[in-house]
Design a protein around this ligand. Structure first.
Ligand code: SAH
Length: 210
């Protein structure tokens, strides 16, 4: 169920869906996604689907994680990356070996606590996690040369644009019922936007939930 063969099948599926980055595919083939979901769902962990993680949230679909990671890294190595919406920590685990330092914020306390335990026990030591509302980014550690959001706001929060370094890249789903994944690249005070594809993410919500 969680064997290397099962994982390799997922990787082949991602290739067939258009993921081309060997770095990203390698990381996905060695990341134990079954440890990021409840035991009762572990047998489905290497299907290319989102799965419930409690509190009305989902672990992102592997294709989406791969696509966002590949897009974020497409212009070269990233040193400081901010993730909004740690959730289970799976996207965090995939990004971690591909960047220098990863900062990730989550607004739901029990999810944050579980992600801290998981990522620590699995040895992801370039990751810093915080229980906070990503609307405000994480200004203490910015600017970031990469920002990735796993929840969809109606509009990109101004703080995230401000905390994007010059030349930096942000991958974020935007919209309500109709969501688009967009890539924002910063060039001085100019923010270029490119629409990538239609997506379905949980909403980006304000405040911290304890
Ligand atoms: N990549 C995660 C996805 C989790 S779903 C995974 O694979 O598990 C998206 C997460 O974003 C949810 O846990 C949700 O609580 C969180 N989220 C939504 N709005 C947020 C905000 N304003 N700040 C921080 N986290 C937020």
């Amino acid at each position: 169920m969680t064997s290397q063969r099962t994982r390799n099948r997922l990787v082949q599926r991602l290739r067939d869906s258009g993921i081309t980055s060997e770095d990203v595919l390698n990381v996905i083939s060695v990341t134990p996604r079954h440890l990021f979901v409840d035991e009762a769902l572990a047998h489905r962990a290497y299907e290319d689907t989102a799965l419930p993680i409690g509190h009305g949230q989902t672990i992102s679909q592997p294709y989406t994680v791969a696509k966002m990671t590949e897009t974020l890294l497409a212009a070269g190595p990233l040193h400081r990356v901010l993730e909004i919406g740690t959730g289970s920590g799976y996207q965090t685990a995939v990004l971690s070996p591909l960047v220098k330092t990863l900062y990730s914020v989550e607004r739901i306390e029990p999810l944050h606590v579980r992600a801290v335990e998981r990522l620590e026990s699995l040895g992801y030591d370039n990751v810093r996690l915080s229980l906070s509302d990503g609307t405000w980014g994480w200004p203490q550690h910015g600017p970031y040369d990469g920002i990735l959001a796993a929840a969809a706001p109606e509009e990109v929060p101004a703080s995230l644009l401000e905390q994007l370094a010059d030349g930096g890249r942000m991958v974020i789903p935007v919209g309500g019922q109709e969501q688009k994944l967009i890539l924002i690249t910063r060039n001085g005070d100019h923010f270029a936007r490119k629409t990538l594809e239609s997506v379905r993410f949980v909403p980006f919500l304000p405040g911290v939930q304890r």
